[in-house]
Design a protein around this ligand. Structure first.
Ligand code: AMP
Length: 282
C-alpha cells in the first residue's frame, strides 16, 4: 500500500481538510523526526481523531551563504518508509513552484525580535530565520493545521515560530518535542551523516559542554566552562551562551534559561541546547 503522498495543495485539501496536526521537515528523516510524528499522533488523538500530516520540503530560502543547499541530504524513499511506519495520514511533498508560485524570493512579515537576538543564529546565518518564517507561514497557509510539532533541538527556531504565530494571530498551537540523542549524547541531526569518524567523535563535545554548564547556577561561570570544554576539541566555536529560554535575550531575572551552542566540525555546522541549570538533559 504505502503511505499517502500528496504533492499539491488541491490534493491536500481534497484528502485532509483543515484542522490537522502537522510536522514540517526537510526530509533525511531520523529518529528525532519519528519522535515528533509520535507526538503529533498523540496530539491528533487528543483532538478527537484529527489527521496527521508530515511535509518533506528542502526550503531553498532558509539556506544562507555559509550553508550548502546542494549538500543537504535527500532520501525521499527512506523518508516515506519512516512516515508509513509511524502511521501518519499523508506526506506532503510539494515542488518549489507549489510552495513559491511567485518565485523563490524571501518575502516575510516583520521578524519577531527573538529571531535577531545578537550573538545567536542571526549572526552566523544572516537571513536564515526570514527563510524559515517564510516557509513555515506558507506551509501553514497550505496545510491549515490546528497544531504543529517542532523539535527543541532547534530551540531558537521553536521560539521564533511561537512568536510568529502569536504576532500574526494564526491560532495554531505549537507543540514542542524533546531532543532525541544517540546513546553517546550526540543530538540526532540530518547533517550528522556528513561527519567523518573523527569529526563525529569531536562533535560529542557539544553535549559535554552543555552538561558541564548545567552543573553551575552562575551564567558567567557556565559560559566559561562551555568555552573551556569546547576548546578541548577540534571544533570551531560560533557561540556558547546562557540566555532567557523564551526571548533568547540576556539572563536578567529570567524565569527559565537555556544553554545554547553552535560549532563547526570540519564543513558541518552543528547546534545543540539544554535546559539551564539542570540536573538532567532537557
Ligand atoms: P529539519 O528536517 O532538520 O528541518 O527538522 C524538522 C523538525 O525536526 C524540526 O522541528 C526540528 O527541530 C526537529 N528535529 C531535528 N532534529 C531533532 C532531534 N534530534 N530531536 C527532536 N527533534 C528534532
Amino acid at each position: 500500500m504505502g503511505v499517502r503522498i500528496v504533492r499539491t495543495v488541491k490534493e491536500l485539501h481534497g484528502e485532509i481538510g483543515a484542522g490537522s496536526v502537522f510536522v514540517p521537515t526537510m526530509g533525511a528523516l531520523h529518529e528525532g523526526h519519528a519522535s515528533l510524528m509520535r507526538i503529533a499522533r498523540q496530539e491528533a488523538r487528543r483532538r478527537g481523531g484529527a489527521k496527521c500530516i508530515v511535509s518533506v520540503f528542502v526550503n531553498p530560502t532558509q539556506f544562507t551563504e555559509n550553508d550548502d543547499l546542494a549538500a543537504y541530504p535527500r532520501t525521499l524513499e527512506a523518508d516515506l518508509i519512516v512516515c508509513e511506519r509511524e502511521g501518519v495520514d499523508a506526506v506532503f511533498v510539494p515542488g518549489v513552484e507549489e510552495v513559491y508560485p511567485r518565485g523563490v524570493q524571501v518575502r516575510v512579515p516583520s521578524l519577531p525580535n527573538v529571531a535577531t537576538e545578537p550573538g545567536l543564529e542571526d549572526r552566523c546565518r544572516p537571513g536564515h530565520f526570514a527563510g524559515v518564517c517564510q516557509v513555515v507561514l506558507r506551509l501553514f497557509e497550505m496545510v491549515r493545521p490546528a497544531a504543529a510539532v517542532f523539535g527543541e533541538k532547534d530551540w531558537q527556531q521553536l521560539q521564533v515560530v511561537r512568536a510568529m504565530v502569536k504576532q500574526e494571530g494564526l491560532g495554531i498551537e505549537i507543540v514542542p518535542g524533546p531532543t532525541v540523542r544517540d546513546a553517546d549524547g550526540l543530538a540526532l541531526s540530518s547533517r550528522n551523516v556528513r561527519l567523518g569518524l573523527d569529526e563525529r567523535r569531536a562533535a560529542l563535545v557539544l553535549n559535554r559542554a552543555l552538561v558541564r554548564a548545567g552543573r553551575t547556577a552562575d551564567p558567567a561561570i557556565a559560559e566559561g566552562s562551555m568555552r573551556d570544554e569546547l576548546a578541548s576539541s577540534a571544533v570551531e566555536v560560533e557561540y556558547a551562551v546562557i540566555r532567557d529560554a523564551e526571548t533568547l535575550g540576556p539572563v536578567e531575572g529570567s524565569r527559565t534559561c537555556r544553554a545554547l551552542v553552535a560549532v563547526r566540525v570540519g564543513k558541518v555546522r552543528l547546534i545543540d541546547n539544554a535546559r539551564w541549570p539542570m540536573n538532567r538533559m532537557g
